[in-house]
Design a binder for this molecule. Structure first.
Ligand SMILES: [Zn+2]
Length: 211
């Protein structure tokens, strides 16, 4: 058995010991159920662990992660997570958290084929096409990459708002805020991109659903 593999099993045992030392009922209480106030939609990148960077405990964050924190409206995995979070768990906030230096976003700016992932990255390329006049006007490649990361996050916030799930929640008066955050790998800080959408009237008319 590799050292790393053995180490993570040992780590788990130690984590249980430490948690029970702080609170003997920690796991017994968690086993009763969850009422997280937050759904986190983030990148799969190993350097952006949802709970850790916001100091959240088990039970506080419902998490969905994929490459480049995408909200693809025909993705049954994402839709199922969103539906459960909004309609069953009644989360108050959804955060789309992307990060600078995102490999998925970088790949979408280029032309190199990587494999089956090319087809996932096409969704990010669609975002580029939507904003290509602005993005192509940025000469510095790092600046353009950073701007694309931010624009992609904002577009995913809009894509969340366009779902029937979020629009129905707003229609019924449910308190639900959608946020876009960008995380700095080299600083540890998140920045709220302040994309404020709280009603479907903030969307282009063609996306506004009537119930
Ligand atoms: Zn990423």
């Amino acid at each position: 058995m590799s050292d790393f593999y053995k180490k993570i099993l040992d780590n788990n045992k130690q984590w249980v010991v430490d948690a029970l030392e702080k609170d003997p009922n920690f796991f017994a209480d968690l086993a009763k159920g969850q009422t997280p106030p937050l759904l986190w939609i983030g990148c799969s990148d190993s350097r952006v662990p949802a709970n850790e960077i916001i100091g959240a405990k088990p039970g506080e964050v419902f998490v969905h992660r994929n490459i480049a924190n995408m909200v693809v409206h025909s993705d049954m995995n994402m839709l199922s997570v969103l539906d459960y979070a909004v309609n069953v768990l009644k989360v108050k906030h959804v955060i789309v958290c992307g990060h600078y230096g995102c490999g998925g976003v970088k790949a979408a700016m280029g032309n190199q084929s990587i494999g089956i992932i090319d087809n996932w990255i096409r969704h990010i390329k669609d975002v580029y096409r939507l904003h290509n006049t602005y993005l192509d006007s940025i000469e510095d490649e790092t600046e353009r990459f950073n701007a694309f990361v931010e624009i992609n996050i904002k577009e995913q916030v809009f894509d969340l708002s366009k779902t029937s799930i979020v629009q129905a929640a707003w229609k019924s008066g449910q308190a639900l805020s959608i946020h876009g955050w960008v995380y700095g790998l080299n600083s540890g800080f998140v920045t709220d991109l302040e994309v404020n959408i709280s009603s479907n009237t903030d969307l282009d008319e063609v996306f506004q659903l009537q119930f």
